[in-house]
Design a protein around this ligand. Structure first.
Ligand code: 6PG
Length: 254
């Protein structure tokens, strides 16, 4: 697994611009033929505020970027188990910030079939069913691995919806799990497991704000437990980048 590389930017806006530019550059590249004959870039997006800023910048860059979005398939590292029209849905936020614009591009737009949302509470009976459906979707539609996984990090060191000490974070024999009683509202979520997240060639943590500084320091410390700081538990096979603003990097040893 790739050792973490730390990239610090002045503030959240310049951080979002840098990540968006790197993202567009990554998905504009030809698909690496070596991975299971994959024909698309398999990408897992994240929810959260810095992710929304990144998505809005990708929207700004997309018209001139020359990306064949038909070669990009978008999954989510986690999703809130709420109604499909709820403002809390990560995919709805991404639609508003990016996906609608990518679909509307005059050429090379994003096909609807390339957006792979987690089922919502008005589509399946309960959060366990949503996790089962998403696991099957990943297994049968996906290639079993990701070219790029983007992850926000919580003040407690959670990634996706894998929270410190939460039983769902300890599940290893699944691709996606149901999370109940999430410490971050809303309470019911579906999350990829560590096992699924680790099937990533590249992992990008995207973190901004003073309230994340301690979690970032714990995640990157020489010692520590994944149970206490889940962000310690994910690395890319070929690349692990911590995209930080100065505030989120403030507690790192110089
Ligand atoms: C979610 C996110 C979650 C988020 C972190 C950071 O669905 O809530 O996936 O893991 O990325 O909590 O969120 P912020 O960037 O808003 O602090």
């Amino acid at each position: 697994m790739a050792e973490p590389e730390i990239r610090v930017h002045a503030d959240a806006d310049t951080l979002a611009d840098a990540v968006a530019a790197a993202f567009v550059e990554a998905v504009a590249r030809p698909v690496s033929p070596g991975r299971t004959g994959a024909q698309v870039h398999e990408v897992a997006l994240t929810g959260g505020s810095i992710a929304r800023a990144i998505h809005r910048t990708i929207t700004r860059l997309a018209p001139a970027a020359g990306v064949q979005w038909s070669r990009v398939r978008l999954w989510w590292g986690d999703e809130r188990f709420v109604a499909s029209d709820s403002e809390n849905r990560n995919v709805l936020q991404a639609q508003r910030d990016m996906l609608d614009a990518l679909r509307a591009l005059p050429s090379g737009g994003l096909p609807d079939d390339n957006v792979m949302p987690v089922p919502s509470s008005d589509e399946v009976a309960d959060v366990e069913a949503a996790a089962d459906v998403y696991s099957d979707l990943l297994r049968h539609e996906g290639t079993g691995a990701f070219d790029l996984v983007m992850l926000g990090v919580g003040p407690d060191g959670h990634v996706a919806s894998l929270f410190p000490g939460h039983p769902a974070a300890a599940i290893t024999d699944r691709i996606a799990v149901a999370v109940r009683d999430s410490p971050k509202p809303p309470p019911e979520r579906v999350s990829l497991t560590f096992e699924a997240l680790e099937r990533a060639e590249r992992v990008w943590f995207v973190v901004a704000g003073t309230d994340k500084a301690e979690a970032v320091a714990r995640a990157l410390a020489d010692e520590g437990s994944v149970t206490e700081t889940p962000a310690r538990g994910v690395r890319g096979r070929t690349e692990t980048v911590w995209w930080l603003d100065r505030e989120a990097a403030a507690a790192l040893r110089r």
